[in-house]
Design a protein around this ligand. Sequence first.
Ligand SMILES: Cc1cc2nc3c(=O)[nH]c(=O)nc-3n(C[C@H](O)[C@H](O)[C@H](O)COP(=O)(O)OP(=O)(O)OC[C@H]3O[C@@H](n4cnc5c(N)ncnc54)[C@H](O)[C@@H]3O)c2cc1C
Length: 314
Amino acid sequence: MTVESYDVVVIGGGPAGLSAALNLVRARRRVLVVDGNRPRNAATLTAHGFLTRDGISPLELRRLARDEVESYDEGEVVFAQVTGLTVSGSGFRVVASGVRGAADIDVLADTVVIATGLTETLPAVPSIRAYYGTQLHSCVECDAYEKSDAPLALIGETHDLAERALLLTQWTSDLIVFTNGVGTVGDDDERTLARLGVSVERRPIDDVVGERGAMTGIRLTDGTEIARSGGFVRPLWSPSLSFVDDLDLDRDDDGFLVTDAAGRTSLPGVYAAGESTEPGPQQLIVAAGSGAVVAAAVNRDLIGVSVERDAPVL
Ligand SMILES: Cc1cc2nc3c(=O)[nH]c(=O)nc-3n(C[C@H](O)[C@H](O)[C@H](O)COP(=O)(O)OP(=O)(O)OC[C@H]3O[C@@H](n4cnc5c(N)ncnc54)[C@H](O)[C@@H]3O)c2cc1C
C-alpha cells in the first residue's frame, strides 16, 4: 500500500493553521490541513477586529479560509482529530481519526505545522457556559466595544484580575471584579481600582442568573444578587497537544510549545503557529499573522535557504 505523502501537514484548521496553509500552497507546497473542527470561538456568533471581516460569523470566516486553501491544486483540508505524530524516516507520520463522518488519516509529511490552539477552563460556576460567548466573554479587545458603558462583571480566579479590570475601564465605569473567593487583588491595586470606581467582590459566587436567556446578575452563595448585564471571564488556558507526547519538543511551564521567532520548535521539521505556542494576545488576526510567519520559515527551510533555529526570515 502506498502511503500518501505531503510537503507539509498542518494540524489544526483555525486562523493560524489555515493562514499557514494558504501561504504554503502559494509557495507550491503540497499541503494537507487536518482539523478537528472545534473552533475556540465557537461559543460566539460574531467575531470582531479582523480587518475587512469585522462582525463576521466565526464559522463563516473559517469556511472562507478553507475554500481559499482548497482553491489551489496543492491544498486539501480534512476534518479529523490527530491522535499520533511520530518521527518516520527523515519526516513524520500523522495519524488521525475522522470527525463528522470523515475518513481516518494516516499520512507522511516532510514537515509539520502544529496549530491546534488552546483549551479554556472557566471558573466552576454552574450557568457560566450558558452566557459565555454572548453576554460573558474572555477577550476584552474582541468584545468590550459592544458592552460600552454597561454594568459589567469581571469573573476570575487568577492573580491578574486587577490588570484586566484596569483595561476594562476604557469601556465602562460600572465594573465589579468577582474573585469567587479565589482570585487575588492586592491592596494597592484595589485602591487604584476604587479611585476609578471599580469595586472588588470577594464572596464566592453561587451562579450567574438571567431571565429568558439574558443575563441579569451574579448571585453570591449568601443569596445576595448583584445586577450585571454582562461582562468578562478570565479562563485558565492550556494547550491542545496530547498528540505530541512521543516527540521531544521543548514546552514552557504551562505546556505551550517553545519556538523561535519564526515558529521553529526544538525539533527540526516541526513548527508551531497561533495559540499552541503561547496564550495571548488572543485574536484571530494575530493567529493568522503567526501562520503566515511560520509558512515563510517552512518554505525557506525546505529549500535550504535557512535551516538553523533562530535564523531570521527575511
Ligand atoms: C468566546 C470567544 C470569542 C472570541 N472572539 C474573538 C473575536 O471576536 N475576535 C478575535 O480576533 N478573536 C476572538 N477570539 C479569540 C480567537 O478565537 C483566537 O485568537 C483564535 O481562534 C486562535 O486561533 P488558532 O488558529 O491559534 O486556534 P483555534 O482557532 O483554536 O484553532 C485550532 C484548531 O485546531 C483544532 N485541533 C485541536 N486539536 C486538534 C487535533 N489533535 N487534531 C486536529 N485538529 C485539532 C481545533 O479543532 C481547532 O479547529 C475569541 C475567543 C473566544 C473563546
